[in-house]
Design a protein around this ligand. Sequence first.
Ligand code: ATP
Ligand code: MG
Length: 439
Amino acid sequence: MRTPIVELKAVGKHFRGADGSARAVLEGVDFTLHEGEIVALLGQSGSGKSTMLRIMAGLIPADAGQVLYRGMPLYGTARGIRMVFQSFALFPWLTVQKNVELGLEAQGMPAEQRARRAEKMIDLIGLSGFEGALPRELSGGMRQRVGIARALVMEPEVLLMDEAFSALDVLTGERLREEILELWQSGQIPTKAILVVSHNIEEAVMMADRVLIFASDPGRVRAELPIALPQPRKAESSEVRLLIDQVYELMTAGAGRRGLISEKEVKLQLGDRLPQAGIAHMEGILELLAEEPFSGRADLPQLAEETEMTDAELLEVLNGLILLGFAYLTKGDMLLTELGSRYAAASNMERQELFGRQLLEHVPLIAYICHGLEQDKSGDLPEDLFLKLLRFTLSAEEAEKALRVAIEWGRYGDLFEYNFNTGVIQMSREDEQDEEDAL
Ligand SMILES: Nc1ncnc2c1ncn2[C@@H]1O[C@H](COP(=O)(O)OP(=O)(O)OP(=O)(O)O)[C@@H](O)[C@H]1O
Ligand SMILES: [Mg+2]
């Protein structure tokens, strides 16, 4: 029998938007973390992964359902549960040693004892010699080691890692991940269970005993894949590659209306979030897909490797291409549509025109902006107008992101112009010229 350590039962969480309306970020989240396991949590940006971790760490309360720690309701932070954040969150004016000691000090541990414990942990995590250094004197990888040491020095039973490796360069991240795994497997740390949030599918498959896939809007556990491979695993092995493939498939299959990625055509509403897909990336992927060896069809892991983008970035770009009708997904493979092939072969002028046309058809926010510009006599409208509109359905950050993308896309599709100094969206000047010519 596996012993549960932390249990989430039908957990829900709402946040209030600027207009006062509540938005469900998590709904009906059921999840149990057992002794002896590492679980990886994957999901789109904004799906509520960090929120779930913060609830498990007792940093914020759930507002529906139950959180149990060792069978008892969790109130506030628990000594046995520690979280490592993506941003290093170190105190800049404290030395490495003092940063690591902080939690022990808060517990009231005598100075000498905590110094010994901290030194031992600093040594274990590979930072000996840097006890007296200040955070700014360290590289990113070393700073994250301090963040991890600070959590581990508390000897937590449960370690929650929120994208703890993603701010690091690839090699540093991999090395640190391997070292944590070694500490865990050799029993040098008393940690009994680890939950890692990751944007990196390979990282999840390399580390975890099972991978959970989170759905968006509202966030909940949508799928689960056990990874029954012994450690240490080889990233290049066919077993690992196959599992990575399966995770991609799970992540892209039927993610729901607002999850965007889907095998079917996507229909957006005016207030939906937009994929964070830059033009250069979208065109790059389209061209890549059109060429050998893909010739119109690509396996997603292979595509990820070829582009050197993170999985999260790649999925956003694919979302963009699917939304605009340039590509579609089947069984974890990305295929060009006929329009997509035409686009890849087109001249710059033709591309702009095609792009603009697809925007008007598939992105209600952009169609709405264009409609507004046509209605308005002056032909220019402040962006705030559209931000306010988006704030009815999106958080401030997401509204801002959606508008940025809409503006980048619309400018490229020659639908309107944008004044970066004044934040005003203007009718495309060529259109004005046409109108003057017509007079
Ligand atoms: N304190 C808060 N107040 C209002 N909204 C919030 C708050 N914290 C998070 N949100 C919103 O909840 C949603 C989920 O956020 P969360 O950070 O949990 O997502 P995530 O899955 O961790 O995303 P990412 O992969 O980008 O880290 C987002 O839409 C976010 O804007
Ligand atoms: Mg997060």
